[in-house]
Design a binder for this molecule. Structure first.
Ligand code: SAM
Ligand code: SF4
Length: 328
């Protein structure tokens, strides 16, 4: 099966996997988690060895980009061991992770040594009190110091991710753009997705569209569309006087499914074929019962990758998983 590739029924090639390495997190962001969360018992989550086997199988099936996520990937015990092992897979072009930044001060140098050249860091506010409100437990200074540490460690490309909520942080969009420009970072603004039943706010009222944000930013900086396509829900723009790119992640207003090149694996080993659908295959059962069939199970799963998702704000939540289970 060495030349096998992952192609679904609609001719889309899967070459990008997001692997969740924990459902736990040191933050409790209002759009992602409830205040009181119950996390999975240890036996239900994949061990670091199992996570490695899954990553390796995908790479052998042609996957070239692997993103570790969670929960907060950097709070998983001994996560660096996994990063180092995955970083040694020759065929993998890009090993990256999405983090809340809280552990970067201590971990950025080792991540860089293990081969991580790009990371995404979530940052919704530059105001310490508001940052605390949105993350419930986070410390802004720690995250900003973490971003500095990642730059110093030589992580070449850092992208900020900001979820924008009306009445909460929409007034900070230009401050975040200016921060990204000053620090030479990319930044993506994310429309909130209806994942998990949260009670903290009403998602219909808090929704801010990417179109509205683009319009606001264009008043200060002319935006030029970038030609590259990530195969995901992001659209990127450049400014004439800065190397920073501005992205808009719009699962509601931009249907990107026809270009989808990715799948996700939850920390329980559930292979999710689409962020907005429940179609999945239990890879944990394969890993623990018939590990020699892991690659075949992944190839077979391509047959159930749905054509598209149908997010609808008026009927939330259609997906009962929380984002920390799905892995962003
Ligand atoms: N803990 C890491 C972090 O926050 O970057 C990685 C996991 S987190 C689930 C991945 C991304 O999903 C973050 O950028 C976060 O802002 C985003 N996210 C979480 N819940 C979301 C939601 N309901 N809608 C849109 N984005 C969400
Ligand atoms: Fe944790 Fe990331 Fe979810 Fe925030 S968005 S609660 S940092 S997993």
């Amino acid at each position: 099966m060495s030349s096998a590739r992952l192609i679904d029924r609609f001719g889309r090639e899967v070459n990008y996997v997001r692997l969740s390495v924990t459902d736990r997190c040191d933050f409790r962001c209002v759009y992602c988690m409830a205040e009181d969360m119950t996390f999975l018992p240890r036996e239900q989550i994949l061990s670091l060895e199992e996570l490695y086997d899954v990553g390796k199988a995908f790479v052998e099936l042609g996957v070239r980009k692997l993103r570790l996520t969670g929960g907060e990937p950097l709070v998983r015990r001994n996560i660096l061991e996994l990063v180092e092992k995955l970083g040694r897979l020759q065929a993998l072009h890009e090993l990256t992770l999405t983090t809340n930044g809280s552990q970067l001060v201590k971990m950025a140098p080792d991540l860089r040594k293990a081969g991580v050249k790009r990371i995404n860091v979530s940052l919704d506010s530059l105001n310490p009190d508001r940052f605390k409100e949105l993350t419930r437990t986070g410390d802004l200074q720690q995250v900003l110091a973490g971003i500095d540490a990642a730059k110093t460690a030589g992580i070449e490309r850092i992208k900020l991710n900001a979820v924008v909520l009306r009445g909460r942080n929409e007034d900070e969009v230009m401050d975040l753009v200016r921060y990204a420009r000053a620090e030479k970072l990319d930044i993506s603004f994310i429309e909130e997705m209806p994942l998990g039943a949260i009670t903290e706010h009403n998602r219909q009222l808090s929704f801010v569209s990417s179109a509205e944000l683009r319009e606001r930013i264009s008043q200060d900086y002319e935006l030029f569309p970038c030609s590259e396509n990530t195969g995901g829900p992001s659209r990127y723009y450049r400014m004439s006087d800065s190397g920073s790119r501005i992205g808009f992640i719009s699962p509601h207003s931009h249907n990107f499914c026809n270009l989808c090149n990715r799948v996700r694996v939850t920390v329980e080993g559930r292979l999710l074929l689409c962020l907005g659908n429940e179609h999945s295959v239990d890879l944990r059962e394969v890993l623990r019962g018939r590990p020699d069939q892991l690659k075949q199970a992944i190839v077979d799963a391509m047959a159930i990758k749905p054509e598209r998702h149908y997010f609808n704000l008026e009927e939330e939540p259609q997906i009962v998983r929380f984002m920390n289970m799905t892995g962003g």
